[in-house]
Design a protein around this ligand. Sequence first.
Ligand code: SIN
Length: 317
Amino acid sequence: MNAAVVVNEHVAGLKVSPLSAHIGAEISGVDLRKALSRAQVEAIRAALLKWRVVFFREQFLSHEQHVAFSAQFGELTIGHPVFGHVEGHPEIYSISKFRKATRFEGQALLRPWTGWHTDVTAAVNPPFASILRGVTIPPYGGDTQWTNLVIAYEKLSAPLRAFVDGLRGLHRFAPPQGASGTEAFSKAVDDRTLVSEHPLVRVHPETGERALYVSPSFLKQIVGLSPRESQVLLELLWEHVTRPEFTVRFKWEAGSIAFWDNRATAHLAPSDIFDLDFDRQLYRTTLVGDVPVGPDGKASVAIEGSPVGAAAAVAMN
Ligand code: SIN
């Protein structure tokens, strides 16, 4: 596809404006506080599948409206299966600048792919989508970036594609090399351990496309390779998936919403906010995902922990 020919598609009263060649589109012409028509839901879903991450501006949603908007696209998970949820709002995960549970101590070995991840790939059924809402946003700094794992797969050479098609990897929550988890991080990860084996190439269940499923923060080892082989190949793949031409960078405002497909993307939360005194607060919902399947038809396997179910089911237990 020549993405350059697409300029502002108009579907179901919505305007879909692409932001880069391979990933990201801004959608306008809709009020997300209200129930959507079936045509609007279908148009947003189609844009999500095509552009991998879609953005909305000036949508000042309450937690309840955020949940109601999300529920039109699937079942919501608990806020976060390891790191909890906002009190009184089981489906909402707080992404605050100063949250302790996901911060690390020590001197991490920083590489270009450090911090890039796909949400909750330590679970056997990672959420299919995430919906992030900006509330307190710094006047500058704090942008988020996403990369398109389908185009990354397609841009590998054919022999390397054939090789990675048959590989599988182990995913778990762990601090980056050189750093250690805070007490809160280690306790959460020990109390609710999740470890899964996923194919390195995931077949998208809706589009049939292949994605390089190599969440840099959580994928620790390629199964069957020696530690050195695994590390060298992973570094090559991580360097590749984070190439700037596969990415989009989003400048948040209060009221912005980002809605992304975790089956086809990885993203990078900002670290420049820690060099600035401004606060930053966002809230996230995630939608229950299926178990990934590789090109050979083999599904992912849970090594430790249970699938991430719907928040409603967790609340009933
Ligand atoms: C996330 O990883 O979902 C959070 C991204 C962000 O803080 O920008």
